[in-house]
Design a protein around this ligand. Structure first.
Ligand SMILES: [Zn+2]
Length: 493
């Protein structure tokens, strides 16, 4: 069997996955900053890593999946200036910052549940790990990679970069970074504009603050992920993931902090999920080109013609490779919905297949399964996996005409594999069944009245009325069959 290969963003190449501890896998993923609702682009990132988590488990690894909640330290401006995002929201609404963090953490969990993501093994918060962040800052000071200035502690990028490469992950050199940063305006205590904050002194107005050896302050945004990944996964661990937009500065700074404090860069493999655009453009709240998960599920958005089940969106997202940009549109979702329905229909037909035909069929289930595994082992290539799932759909349909195609044991094994791929690995749910149960009951009631009216017409030998009812139903895709016990109906051609 092929081995799992993962594209490492750090080296820019596929790497064979060799876990540090046999049979185990450690996965760290940067979670949300809980100051507003997550948009669908964020959801894509978390679905991508949910699939990674699921597939590692499918392969038999015991996975420790750590995904943090950022509830302090993330400032409006990435360059260590401005207010805390959570704190600002709290001020605007005149509530405690923790009320904001609580509200949007609960909302995030609701969204994750709606999309059927598995909860991580550990979900640590920044505010719950102030002690660890202070001690990592002390370690960096001791090791000579940080300096104190007026109650704040900054990471000394110039000193660090003389010994370790800085900018390798994002492919930037120091000069580019310097020219990309605003000139120091005298307001800051940084020695160099590319230095970043490990700990910031809290101004009078800053409400989220903790005591530290350097006075009251708060941790820099990048520090929490270094501190929490070290605490729960060790100084060296298998995989670190996040959205592409976090490569710089966030992940670059994480590597520097880990190396500076632990003499180890942390993750063996860096994975970055690409972004989701909406109608060909970047999602942005300010331009209105944005979509929230709730709007998708309710259809309440100018970008949508109708509501979509979460599994359809999930199917759509996994139809693209996690490293490709994916464009979301109403038409694309409609197409995905058709594909999802075909897949679930075929799965359902297979699960209800009568025990007919020879034991072994002509469809080579083992070969097909090996192709599915090979696709996922090639850097979690879910679009290729889904293409193979549709090969199975075709086989299931052909088998309905000729039971020697799958055969009895072939059908059984295929169903087990499909259950694993569709529900365990891709995390889809049969959301048609629930939608059908209610509408089927309503349709049965309405059709009962229509068929009764037609029966009365037939009893009175009013053939033109009974034929007109039958023809009009047929035009709407409903076929009426007259039997000895009365009339029944089926939907479809
Ligand atoms: Zn992070």
């Amino acid at each position: 069997m092929s081995q799992l290969q993962i594209y490492d963003s750090h080296q820019g190449a596929l790497k064979t996955f060799t876990p540090l501890k046999e049979g185990h896998a450690g996965l760290y993923v940067c979670g949300p900053t809980v100051y507003s609702h997550v948009h669908l682009g964020n959801v894509r990132t978390f679905l991508s890593f949910d699939m990674v988590f699921r597939y590692l488990q499918f392969l038999g690894y015991k996975v420790r999946y750590v995904r943090n909640i950022t509830d302090a330290g993330h400032l409006i401006d990435d360059a260590d200036e401005g207010e805390d995002k959570v704190g600002r929201r709290a001020k605007l609404e005149q509530v405690e910052p923790m009320e904001i963090a609580q509200r949007y953490t609960v909302n995030f969990h609701d969204v994750m549940r709606a999309f059927n993501t598995l909860p991580p093994s550990i979900e640590p918060t920044a505010t719950g790990h102030i002690v660890e962040q202070i001690s990592m800052t002390q370690q960096l000071l001791e090791n000579g990679w940080a300096y104190e200035a007026n109650g704040s502690i900054y990471f000394d990028v110039d000193a660090y970069s003389k010994v370790h490469p800085y900018g390798e992950l994002s492919g930037r050199n120091l000069d580019e970074m310097r020219s990309g940063t605003r000139e120091l305006d005298g307001q800051t205590d940084k020695r160099s504009p590319i230095d970043f904050a490990l700990w910031k002194k809290a101004s009078e107005a800053h409400i989220m603050r903790w005591a530290s050896p350097w006075g009251e302050g708060f941790p820099g945004w990048h520090l929490e992920c270094s501190a929490m990944s070290t605490k729960y996964l060790g100084t060296s661990f298998d995989i670190h993931g996040g959205g592409m937009d976090l490569k710089f500065p966030h992940h670059e700074c994480e590597i520097a902090q880990n190396k500076g404090a632990n003499q180890d860069g942390g993750a063996q493999v860096w994975m970055h999920a690409n972004m989701l655009t909406l109608n060909g453009k970047r999602m942005s709240k300010s331009t209105g080109n944005t979509l929230l998960p709730d709007e998708l599920l309710s259809g309440d958005s100018p970008h949508l013609s109708k509501a979509y089940p979460a599994s359809v969106a999930r199917f759509f997202i996994h139809q693209a490779h996690y490293r490709s940009v994916l464009d979301f549109s109403d038409e694309a979702l409609q197409a995905a919905e058709k594909g999802y329905q075909r897949l679930i229909h075929a799965w359902k037909a297979l699960s209800e297949r009568p025990g007919e035909g020879p034991s072994k069929g002509s469809f080579d289930v083992d070969h097909w399964q090996a192709q599915c595994v090979a696709a996922m082992n090639n850097d979690f290539n879910s679009p290729i996996l889904i293409a193979h799932l549709f090969d199975a759909v075709k086989a299931i349909q052909a088998d309905q005409q000729d039971r020697s195609l799958l055969g009895q044991s072939g059908a059984k094994v295929l169903l087990q594999h499909l259950n694993a791929w569709i529900f365990d690995v891709l995390g889809l749910q049969d959301q048609m069944r629930h939608a059908h149960a209610g509408s089927q009951k309503a349709l049965d009631a309405a059709m009962g009245i229509v068929l009764q009216a037609r029966k009365q017409a037939r009893d009175q030998k009013d053939w033109s009325t009974s034929d007109a009812i039958r023809d009009q139903l047929a035009a709407g895709g409903i076929q009426v069959k007259d039997g000895t016990d009365g009339s029944t109906y089926t939907i479809g051609e």
